[in-house]
Design a protein around this ligand. Structure first.
Ligand SMILES: [Zn+2]
Ligand SMILES: [Zn+2]
Length: 297
């Protein structure tokens, strides 16, 4: 028997659930550290008919995965595919465990009640205890004919592929949740899939709110006289006009080349100007600079 199919099952691990006898809940965590993913509220709700308010459904385990994005993807968003092998509901039977076209019948072990009662004698008298029926996992019904794909378990391990829409302007460390894309269990809803975003650094750009910041090295003469430069942006290269008389550290703003905003607009790209001062001058060039100094420039 392939135990994998039972990984997230409710009544896995024989001694996990001992009914009401002695209210010994310490047994819940037995079974080699497996996550049973239910809390006491669920159980009391089940046993007392949900009289205490809302009844929480049992849920499969959540899954967390990392996803690496390029800087560009983190700015503009992207559609990414993610593949993972996990327990899912069987597509053939829809999770019921019954062969296609066949029906469910009342579980004979619990007469369709989902719980099994046992009467035990003690010095205080007879104790009636109830436990979840192991035959039907508490559902009260079992398939007349077991599904041939999942062998009646209703769930199985398989590879799933999800298409994930990454929103624009997402940052390193943020998490996206895909509801119901976690581990499935037979008699409850599936857990969720958490995608933890990792953004690769881009040495050219930094985020500043909805704006991007970059640097541009220009020649001293271009700073003085003005020029046109080829500038790399996330939308491709553009021609940037450097006005004459630029100072070191001055910032030029390129409108609309920043990060998308919720209202549809875009932030701006700020270009911080670095001026490269020549370290070696020809005799002629030096003469020119000396003449300029003589002029008081
Ligand atoms: Zn049963
Ligand atoms: Zn099936």
């Amino acid at each position: 028997m392939n135990k994998d199919y039972y990984k997230t099952g409710f009544n896995q691990g024989q001694g996990g659930f001992g009914g009401f006898e002695g209210f010994d809940f310490s047994g819940f965590n037995q079974g080699g550290g497996q996550n049973f993913d239910f809390d006491l509220g669920d159980i009391f709700g089940d046993f007392f008919g949900g009289g205490g308010g809302r009844k929480k459904q049992k849920k499969g385990r959540d899954i967390t995965v990392d996803m690496e994005l390029s800087f560009q993807e983190s700015v503009f968003g992207a559609i990414k595919k993610i593949k993972l092998t996990k327990t899912s509901k069987c597509n053939s039977c829809g999770g019921t465990g019954a062969e296609k076209g066949t029906q469910m019948q009342a579980c004979s072990a619990c007469s369709g009640y989902g719980k099994v009662r046992e009467t035990k004698k003690s010095i205080f008298g007879n104790f009636i205890t109830e436990r979840i029926c192991e035959e039907c996992s508490g559902i009260g019904k079992i398939p007349k004919e077991k599904c041939s794909v999942c062998r009646g378990y209703g769930i199985l391990k398989r590879e799933e592929e999800y298409e994930v829409k990454i929103p624009s302007d997402i940052d390193d460390g943020e998490t996206i949740r895909l509801t119901g894309a976690g581990e499935a269990i037979k008699d409850g809803s599936s857990g969720d899939l958490y995608i933890r975003i990792r953004v690769k650094n881009n040495p050219l750009f930094q985020k500043d709110g909805k704006n991007l910041v970059t640097e541009l090295n220009i020649k001293l003469t271009d700073a003085v006289l003005g020029a046109k430069y080829n500038l790399e942006t996330l939308d491709g290269n553009i021609e940037l006009k450097i006005p004459e008389g630029m100072s070191f550290g001055e910032i030029l703003r390129v409108k609309g080349k920043g990060i998308p905003k919720e209202n549809g607009g875009r932030g701006d790209l700020y270009v911080r100007i670095n001026i490269k001062t020549p370290s070696h001058l020809s005799k002629q060039a030096k003469k020119v600079f000396e003449d300029l100094r003589g002029e008081g420039v």
